[in-house]
Design a binder for this molecule. Structure first.
Ligand code: NDP
Length: 263
């Protein structure tokens, strides 16, 4: 039996085990997917091999550590330096990123998106911003601390920390911070978020399975919004296709994975 896991801190909230096990069980793939609470990202590689895993997903806050842990990084992950999917291949650790395409899948129903404000400057923000720029979208980044903005300045994004922010009009605002994940924080001050939501058509949160304080404010303002569930589904389908080495079709994976969302 092949073993898979998700690494994160926190990780108990993760729906990934349900999603992947639903595919493995219903499509008779001899594998099991668990969760691993990992405090120290530097221990990722040794833990992966000690557990005898064939593959894994990586969530907050270890996606950049996962990039560094890999023997080889492929595709979009190489460009952004952020890895959310790991595969064991001939004793080597291979890294991929399926988050960005998962998010594009999630917002495909939002129309005329040309101008996006991204809240946060962590691993998810890096992946999404690079993907948005590939589609020639205009991107502004707003983060709590200025230090992490350098990466986005190099990509020629408009960049602000909370104290320098100047409001403009946006088609979509995306919360990629972990504010609201295990607390009730907003991604910036209430005044700032209030102002931002008054200047956007759509709002999205990478956090899934709960109405974050950010989405609650969007809801109160009658803004069309979505949480991170579709992004989760999109990245999960692409990760699972890598886990099974394309022996199952993406359509079948998606159908079985979707079933786990109603459990
Ligand atoms: P990182 O740790 O790499 O980055 C976290 C970011 O959040 C930083 O920009 C940090 O700002 C900011 N931040 C943290 N706490 C606060 C706060 N209280 N107020 C304002 N900003 C804050 O995390 P990831 O990019 O890996 O993940 C971010 C979120 O996205 C998580 O909640 C994760 O669960 C979710 N996610 C969901 C996915 C899905 O499939 N739906 C896929 C991937 C991620 P600073 O630089 O100032 O510290």
């Amino acid at each position: 039996m092949q073993l898979f896991s998700i690494f994160g801190d926190p990780v108990s909230h993760s729906r990934s085990p349900l999603m992947h096990n639903s595919v493995f069980k219903n499509l008779n793939f001899n594998a099991c997917y668990t969760r691993t609470h990992l405090l120290d990202g530097n221990k990722l590689k040794e833990t992966f091999f000690a557990l005898g895993l064939s593959g894994a997903n990586v969530t907050v806050p270890h996606k950049e550590a996962a990039f560094n842990a890999c023997d080889e990084v492929r595709g979009f992950a190489k460009k952004v330096g952020v890895v959310n999917t790991l595969i064991e291949e001939n004793g080597k650790l291979i890294g991929y990123n399926t988050d960005a395409d998962g998010f594009m899948y999630a917002i495909s129903e939002f129309k005329n998106i040309k101008n996006i404000l991204v809240l946060g400057a962590g691993g998810t923000a890096k992946a999404l911003v690079s993907r948005f720029l590939e589609d020639d979208l205009k991107v502004t980044v707003l983060n709590r601390s200025a230090t992490r903005l350098e990466y986005f300045q190099k990509l020629h994004c408009e960049c602000y920390s909370w104290d320098t922010f100047k409001i403009k009009e946006y088609d979509l605002v995306v919360n990629t911070t972990s504010a609201g994940l295990k607390d009730n924080n907003l991604p910036a001050s209430e005044e700032l978020i209030e102002q931002i939501l008054e200047h956007t058509h759509y709002a999205a949160d990478a956090i899934y399975g709960k109405l974050t304080p950010f989405l609650k404010m969007a809801q109160d303002k009658n803004i069309i919004f979505k949480d991170g569930s579709d992004m989760l589904l999109g990245q999960g389908v692409l990760a699972n296709a890598l886990f099974v080495n394309n022996r199952l079709s993406k359509e079948d994976i998606k159908r079985e994975m979707q079933k786990s969302f109603t459990l």
